[in-house]
Design a protein around this ligand. Structure first.
Ligand code: HEM
Length: 491
């Protein structure tokens, strides 16, 4: 009887287990499963029934009207929620998992530091330059001389980690150097991300039991948390120590911790303890988690797409040539201001196209507060998990047309050669509404500087026969990395 009542469902709804077996059978291709096996066939919104433990039911959607409603129009009814905060406890009271007043005040403070504070904005440029000049380019030069294959995704993740540690903590982790060192804090952050993804997919009772017994993923998580916290609290106490001995802060050390301490305690750095170490730890952890792997994920997909679409690479190279100094010094790093980078329209389009097909944050979590009716007509109970699939939105034929699975930067360029404006509820890689990504402009700037410098100086060739597939993680990596050979480019 149960089977016959549910036989028309896209995913079999089993007694007791609900749709969990279907989900687990497709875990390796979870985002394509959501997109092509479910949302494409049901008009963009689907109610997933979990097992009889109540916590795993969710509504999955990629319908742009629903997305606009959830993320913007009725924002107040859709929060992160206490269940999410419990799963993502390592984030503490930071911005990524918080709601209402706590979120509002953190958003205000981070917004004013990241986008309005000239010293922090200048410091970003100093850091980008340093990580390019002292990290990425020397490592690529070394690989060219060795003539060996390398995992470009690993290199870019190391680049991202060095960058985010300098921005958040003013600490140079030197993850990107020719010896490819093991960096315990970097490994710990990765372990935390993996373990939290497992928690998210599991019934609460199971991960709580694992935590109590200290086995499996929960044991790994506890170990990684100790390492990450030790690292963060060490950085915080050295920062306080350093600032105590000064009465002014130089431009090349205006990282997030410094900005927070200066903002709270004024220019005269008494470092009086008005602002707690726990607050600094939570803010730095959230900032690092939000910015750590997103840029490298996008760049890895970008280099793969470029290598498989040589005509796009040719157009980007023409654009770099047109915007660069005429005499090309082989060892020169090309550095552009934000305004100069606006000239790179085609490159911007290629990056948007990459973010459309491979959004670094593939799924966005929300939790309804009150019962509601979505614009598509579906009824949503109060306290229901909602998953907005940004991955599926980027592959939605109704938004992007019949060629939605093709890589075509041209779709972003208007007839007069400018970037087309696409509303954020259709192109949501950076989310939309009041919780939109605070690192968007910074990310575009950095992604452009990296792609310009890599493509201008090197030819990137894919190692043949490697499998390329999206990972099943919080950030959308390439599952097995991106194996490439690089050569010096002759122009
Ligand atoms: C290509 C790069 C990036 C992409 C695609 C991206 C995407 C996103 C998305 C989808 C969200 C919403 C998450 C949610 O609601 O749960 C978000 C939030 C956020 N992002 Fe990014 N991000 C990127 C880079 C960065 C960087 C480099 C930073 C900072 C260093 C950053 C800082 C933040 C912060 C602080 C939030 C929280 C905003 C809030 O909750 O109010 N992001 N980002």
């Amino acid at each position: 009887h149960h089977w016959s009542r549910n036989r028309n469902s896209l995913v079999t709804n089993w007694p007791v287990l609900g749709m969990l077996p279907g989900l687990f059978c497709n875990l390796d291709r979870i985002f394509d499963f959501f997109t092509h096996d479910i949302l494409d066939l049901c008009g963009g919104t689907f109610k997933f029934k979990g097992p009889w433990f109540p916590s795993l039911d969710f509504v999955l959607t990629s319908n742009p009207m629903n997305v606009n409603y959830i993320l913007s129009k009725n924002f107040l009814n859709y929060e992160k929620g206490s269940e999410f905060r419990e799963i993502f406890k390592p984030f503490g009271d930071g911005i990524v998992t918080s709601d209402s007043d706590s979120w509002k005040s953190q958003r205000k403070s981070l917004h004013s530091i990241m986008l309005k504070n000239n010293k922090f904005v200048n410091y970003q440029d100093i850091v980008f330059r340093q990580v390019l000049e002292k990290g990425l380019i020397p490592v690529l030069e070394h690989i060219v001389q060795q003539g060996t294959e390398m995992d470009l995704e690993d290199v870019l993740q190391r680049f991202d980690y060095d960058n985010i540690c300098l921005l958040a903590l003013g600490f140079d982790s030197k993850a990107l150097s020719v010896s490819f060192p093991e960096v315990p804090s970097k490994a710990a952050f990765n372990d935390i991300e993996d373990s939290l993804m497992c928690r998210y997919l599991m019934p609460v009772i199971i991960w709580k039991l694992q935590r109590w017994l200290q086995i499996g993923e929960e044991k790994r998580l506890s170990k990684a948390m100790k390492i990450a916290d030790h690292f963060l609290y060490d950085c915080i106490s050295s920062k306080r120590e350093k600032l105590r001995s000064r009465n002014r802060v130089e431009e090349d050390e205006f990282d997030l911790l410094t900005a927070l301490l200066v903002e709270q305690e004024g220019e005269i750095l008494t470092v009086s303890g008005k602002i707690s170490d726990k607050f600094l730890r939570d803010t730095a952890f959230n900032f690092m988690a939000a910015g750590k792997d997103t840029i490298s994920a996008c760049l890895s997909w970008f280099f793969w797409l470029i290598a498989t679409n040589p005509s796009v690479e040719t157009k980007i190279l023409q654009e770099i040539k047109a915007n660069s100094p005429t005499s090309k010094d082989r060892n020169m790093i090309l550095f552009f201001t934000g305004e100069e980078l606006n000239q790179f329209t085609y490159l911007h389009a290629a990056l948007c196209e990459t973010l459309r097909l491979y959004p670094p944050v593939p799924i966005n979590h929300k939790n309804s507060i009150q019962p509601d009716v979505l614009p598509s007509g579906e009824h949503v109970d109060g306290n229901t998990r909602i998953l907005v699939s940004f991955y599926s939105m980027g592959r939605n034929e109704e938004i992007w047309g019949k060629d939605c699975l093709e890589f075509k930067p041209e779709r972003w360029i208007s007839e007069n050669g400018d970037i087309l404006h696409v509303p954020t509820y259709k192109f949501s890689a950076f989310s939309a509404g009041p919780r939109t990504c605070l690192g968007k402009d910074m990310s575009f700037k950095q992604m452009k500087l990296v792609t310009i410098n890599v493509l201008w100086n090197y030819q990137v060739e894919l190692v043949e026969g490697q499998p390329i597939a999206p990972s099943k993680s919080i950030t959308l990596h390439i599952e097995n990395g991106l194996k490439v050979r690089i050569k010096k480019r002759d122009i």
